[in-house]
Design a binder for this molecule. Structure first.
Ligand SMILES: Cc1cc2nc3c(=O)[nH]c(=O)nc-3n(C[C@H](O)[C@H](O)[C@H](O)COP(=O)(O)OP(=O)(O)OC[C@H]3O[C@@H](n4cnc5c(N)ncnc54)[C@H](O)[C@@H]3O)c2cc1C
Length: 494
């Protein structure tokens, strides 16, 4: 550890003269080949934002490496010449974490898409950073295994992005989020040095640097490989839908299920704002007049699963569910999940643009929080619909707007700030799984005292002393000022 510290401290870039754009493109082409460098305006457009479409910036150049050695060479080059680098996977980030640096390189890992090895007896798999989340499960499902973290974006998002964001998903309530399933990472430090953190064996001496990198939002190094834990597919899986006439009853049922001692694998909630467009798209048979539905899944040994379903369905009925419908076949179960996981894709039916928020609250406060979200929406005249990981208390209010209406955009931003602030006031946090990115930088002080923020900044500085890797994201470097216009801020009237 000491040697890394010394090395990084001595490694501040010292560009003697500014590189011309032509020289830069030539060097990068020399590293990754002509097909791995994009610099025409129409190519850059694709990389000017992620799934937080409110903030946009074209990068100077996009580089698509295929090996760790190429990543290392790009970072060595950028470090030597003082060029900012923004790592990027599939660009599904909802907090602007991949927002490009105007004078920088966007380093897109999607061509590092190979699974290096699978070790089923030891329940391990090693994947390059650009392998998608779903590909990992697909690689081992025929052998009775799966990769537990399952963000709804799993068809597209990469394991590198999952590691950087410590992603969750509907099924992480019982199984845990990405950090619980990553054993080791290959990391390229901002100066180009390649290190392995963690190990494919359980437990290692020293600091848990793998744990530090998971969730670091691309600010400590570029993840090029991850060794992940594989989970055994359960003997039985049962899923049911509970239909409620009020969101408050549905929210109370969530708390009651967990309070009974049962931890479902998944416990998701969708309100009426989503039910209609989801049903129109996926035709599952969701009741269009319901105010809320819960999707509850149990898995494990057959008898235990059956008994847990019985208890949980009874709790829902006693809590006011007017209908409880258990998926009768695997086909029906997958149909229901397709509707849930595809929920964001249907928003185009009801709005031009949307912004998904990601606060958490203690589970017992979900009904109050839903009422607060509704009040905030009314106050700012912004339509808000909800689909979220209720079991985790991870709220995802989706604020609908039209980017051509500047007043509405501002009101959506004001409402977002107030919702996240309310989550903190209820004892929760400003992000459950989507990260801080650029969006929530100005709200971190609501969650942590000054001393903790300083510690974060110092850690960032240790790995990333020149602050060239993902500047202005997640944690501000010591003395760094970020662009205020990119962040959520208190509404003028607050
Ligand atoms: C429809 C939809 C549904 C979603 N559902 C969920 C959900 O259920 N649960 C959940 O947790 N999230 C969800 N997300 C958010 C998002 O999909 C996850 O955060 C995902 O892990 C991002 O992966 P990505 O490959 O798209 O990364 P990107 O968006 O490309 O990058 C995300 C961040 O990681 C950094 N990064 C990317 N790759 C690397 C790398 N190799 N090394 C270092 N840093 C890197 C980037 O700089 C950025 O800060 C959803 C998003 C959408 C659009």
């Amino acid at each position: 550890m000491t040697s890394m510290l010394t090395h990084l401290d001595n490694a501040s870039p010292n560009p003697t003269q500014k590189l011309s754009r032509g020289d830069m493109l030539r060097t990068l082409t020399g590293i990754v080949g002509p097909n791995g460098v994009l610099h025409e305006p129409e190519d850059l457009l694709v990389y000017n934002c992620d799934a937080l479409t409110l903030v946009k910036q074209d990068p100077m150049v996009v580089v698509l490496p295929t090996t760790t050695e190429e990543v290392s060479q790009v970072l060595r080059f950028s470090h030597k010449n003082g060029i900012p680098v923004v790592p990027r996977g599939a660009g599904t980030c909802l907090s602007g974490g991949t927002l490009a640096a105007e004078d920088g390189i966007t380093l897109c890992l999607t061509r590092m898409n190979q699974i290096d090895w699978v070790d089923v007896p030891n329940r391990r798999l090693c994947a390059q950073a650009g392998v998608t989340n779903l590909q990992i499960t697909q690689a081992v499902s025929s052998q009775g295994y799966f990769f537990a973290p399952d963000p709804s974006s799993q068809m597209a998002c990469t394991i590198g992005g999952n590691v950087a964001e410590n992603s969750g998903g509907p099924h992480t309530l019982r199984h845990g989020v990405t950090t619980n399933h990553v054993l080791a990472v290959e990391l390229v430090l901002p100066n180009g040095e390649v290190v392995w953190l963690g190990s494919s064996c359980e437990d290692q001496p020293g600091y848990d640097l793998t744990g530090l990198v998971v969730g670091s939002e691309g600010t400590l190094g570029v993840v090029t490989r991850a060794i992940v834990r594989l989970s055994k597919s359960p003997e039985s899986v049962r899923t049911f839908l509970a239909v409620f006439d009020t969101v408050s009853e549905a929210g109370k049922a969530v708390s009651a299920i967990i309070a009974s001692g049962i931890v479902p694998v998944a416990l998701e909630m969708m309100d009426s704002g989503f039910i209609k467009p989801v049903e129109e798209t996926y035709h599952f048979g969701l009741p269009l007049d319901a105010e809320a539905v819960l999707i509850v899944e149990m898995d494990g040994l057959m008898e235990a699963t059956e008994s847990e379903v019985e208890i949980a369905t009874e709790i829902c009925r006693q809590g006011g569910a007017r209908e409880v419908r258990t998926a009768a076949s695997e086909e029906e179960r997958l149909h229901l999940w397709k509707a849930r996981k595809g929920a964001f894709a249907v928003i185009g039916r009801i709005a031009t643009n949307y912004c998904t928020q990601d606060g958490t609250v203690p589970r017992g406060r979900i009904p109050e929080m839903l009422a607060t979200i509704s009040d905030i929406g009314k106050k700012h005249d912004v339509r808000i619909v909800n689909v979220f990981h209720a079991g985790d208390g991870n709220m995802h209010p989706v604020l609908l707007y039209d980017e051509r209406d500047k007043s509405l955009v501002q009101r959506a931003l004001d409402a977002s700030y107030e919702i996240l602030k309310a989550c903190v006031d209820f004892g929760g946090s400003i992000t459950g799984e989507h990260g801080v990115g650029v969006e929530k930088l100005g709200m971190l002080h609501l969650c942590y005292p000054e001393a903790t923020l300083r510690l974060f900044a110092d850690l960032r500085h240790l790995f990333n002393p020149a602050n060239l890797l993902n500047p202005g994201k997640a944690i501000l470097a010591p003395g760094e000022k970020s662009k205020e216009e990119l962040m959520l801020r208190p509404p003028a009237a607050l």
